[in-house]
Design a protein around this ligand. Sequence first.
Ligand code: SD4
Length: 335
Amino acid sequence: MKSRREFIKIGTVGGVALLSANSCAADQTPEEANVPVDFEPSQPITKPIVVSTWNHGLDANKAAWTVLEAGGTALDAVEKGVRVTESDPENTSVGLGGLPDRDGNVTLDACIMDHHSNCGAVAYLQHIENPISVARKVMEDTPHVLLAGDGALEFALDKGFKKTNLLTAKSKEAWENWLKESEYQPQINSENHDTIGMLALDEEGNLAGACTTSGMAYKLHGRVGDSPIIGAGLFVDNEVGAACATGVGEAVIRTAGSAIVVELMRHGKTPQEACEEAVARIISKHKDLTNMQVGFIALDKNGNVGCHSVYAGFNIALRDKNHEEMVDAKYEKEW
Ligand code: SD4
């Protein structure tokens, strides 16, 4: 099978090549581009491993890796990893500095799931920098899975989380510029960074995942996407594998995206094939695919990885003990 990726060496980490992939399909016919090809990392992948969405995944993976390389759990790794992105004020699609809804409120969605199928989530949470850690508290300290809005905020404050102004000067300025036209449309692939979804497989062979976002920029007030919805933005089944999604959350919810990816793996698809079929499902269920970017990542029990998206531009960050790299996902459509 023909490789879709061309790898470029961009540096070294501890004597090991640090690699970046660039996209892929330029030398191929559309027919070739539709042939499923398994994910091809630049080097063989070994357990433990962490994978996450978009360029910000590299820094998040570094933090997750400190847990995994010390023999820690996948659950601790994914929480620690995505907190980095949540706390980065420069990142305008997750946590602190996230772009607000159309009324100027930064509202956050997050969920987390472990190898026992325990899960916790928060939706429409305001004023808290690290919603993923609140989601973990929901999972561990309550009989519930999902807390939303004021109740989620009250719960977070009770648990000792501090109130923070999440609207940075940069995001406020972007919102004020948007207000001049106030054209309501979901914005995706903005500056090539978006929701962070992270999946990890630890030394013990256990899987966990986390997903966190400020959602669509300038969304309707009260809108919640797929990212806090278990089975949509994230799903983990320790017998099989894990998957997470990024992109237009409505499309992911309609198709139960991440749960479908895991079920497809259960029925024998590779992670790559499962992501491709979930993308095909999204395409077949939507007549109008304008701006309908969705990307999936999957990681199976053996550490095999897959990723795929509707449109070009989605990439994932991968780290194991031998290397770290960015890989451009294959896709179905040019913009
Ligand atoms: C949402 N899925 O709120 C998120 C946004 C996202 O890449 O992932 N953007 O719909």
